[in-house]
Design a protein around this ligand. Structure first.
Ligand SMILES: Nc1ncnc2c1ncn2[C@@H]1O[C@H](COP(=O)(O)OP(=O)(O)OP(=O)(O)O)[C@@H](O)[C@H]1O
Ligand SMILES: [Mg+2]
Length: 345
């Protein structure tokens, strides 16, 4: 929407994990380094954990995009799979026909396939995303898969990525054998303000940004606080901030604008009419209580002049907000029409 206006060639804050936009924060760099280390070792498990939206899938995609032909990857993003379903899914990801076959038969075919890769000088890499959804016995099945070996070298290697709930699964007493196979693990953390600045500017630059709109230095601290440093939340917020900058014709984004967008988004989440309604409703119900306790039989509201005035102020405030929003939408539609017209000429 705002891309053309600011001369951008791509959507800078889209939510899909695109390796093109990969930003190397210290934690992300470390996770990538561990994954590469794991690849160089060719055995054992690498585990990457992190809170929701901190970039686990993005890291996996970046890694897969950088692999050469000697590694044949399969990525599964799990729902709650039992061991049998896991084996089926893994085999299917490696394009092995599994229709109607039992687990033992599938495992046999999978082993044949891995041997065949080995003869071609290749090896298999299994990336399990959303691994926090796996029951412990399924994680254990992954360990069994890592037992496929030839001359003491494993034929398949696995990386596990998951939200924080993955940690307690791995720490279960019965997972000791699995734990002993973990050669490296790391935990992603949300960005600090400096990283948020680097992250936003990096994504913008990848999308062709040349400083329009300019970003004032003090906005990053505020954005970090609002989005808790989580990349996915930063993307959602920054996208709205740029839309706002476009609608308001801004050439510089200041902390005041960041605050306006925070307020707008807060109102949307809490329901914009809620506060006005609550005040009016509480006044009315307060007045009703008063009436009931006065044992009045009339069904009319007995509001004082001050209460009526307060309700009118609330209603006026709500109407103002609605009008402001409608004006914004109309201005936005105007702009969109003007842009389309320009494109058509
Ligand atoms: N290092 C990074 N560089 C660029 N973009 C990133 C980075 N980390 C996260 N993102 C962006 O943040 C968003 C969320 O990232 P991603 O989907 O990888 O998170 P996740 O940790 O896998 O989330 P979930 O826990 O929901 O699976 C995506 O839009 C992605 O593009
Ligand atoms: Mg993910």
């Amino acid at each position: 929407m705002y891309e053309d206006h600011f001369g951008l060639t791509d959507k800078p804050f889209k939510l899909s994990p695109d390796p093109k936009f990969f930003f190397s924060s210290a934690h992300h760099d470390r996770a990538v380094a561990y994954l590469h280390y794991g690849l160089s070792q060719g055995e054992g498990f690498i585990v990457v954990t992190g809170p929701i939206g901190t970039g686990k899938t993005t890291i996996a995609r970046s890694l897969l995009a950088s692999l050469d032909d000697s590694i044949v990857p399969a990525q599964i993003s799990t729902t709650k799979l039992n061991p049998e379903e896991l084996v089926q899914l893994v085999a299917a990801e490696f394009n092995i026909e599994v229709e109607g076959l039992g687990k033992a038969e599938i495992l046999r075919k999978l082993e044949q396939y891995l041997h065949q890769l080995n003869r071609q000088g290749k090896r298999a890499l299994l990336v399990v995303d959303e691994a926090q959804n796996l029951p412990a016995e399924t994680v254990e099945e992954l360990r069994m898969l890592s037992n496929f070996q030839l001359d003491d070298r494993p034929l398949i290697q696995s990386f596990l990525l998951g939200q924080e709930e993955l940690k307690p699964i791995i720490e279960l007493p019965e997972m000791e054998q699995f734990r002993q196979r973990i050669i490296a693990s790391c935990h992603l953390r949300p960005f600090n303000a400096e990283e948020v600045k680097g992250y936003i500017e990096h994504r913008l630059t990848q999308a062709g940004w040349q400083g329009n709109p300019a970003l004032q230095e003090d906005i990053f601290e505020k954005i970090t606080e609002y989005a808790a440093g989580v990349p996915r939340k930063i993307n959602i917020f920054a996208d709205r901030l740029f839309l706002y900058a476009f609608l308001e014709d801004l050439s510089t984004i200041s902390i005041k604008d960041v605050q306006s967008v925070i307020n707008e988004m807060g109102e949307e989440l809490s329901g914009s009419l809620q506060s006005g309604r609550t005040t009016a409703a509480s006044l009315i119900s307060g007045s009703q209580h008063q009436q009931e306790s006065n044992e009045s039989s009339e069904n009319t509201l007995n509001l004082s002049a001050t209460e009526i005035q307060q309700i009118l102020i609330d209603v006026g405030h709500v109407l103002d907000q609605v009008i402001q929003r409608k004006i914004k939408i109309i201005r936005y539609l105007d702009k969109l029409i003007a842009t389309k017209k320009k494109d058509a000429e």
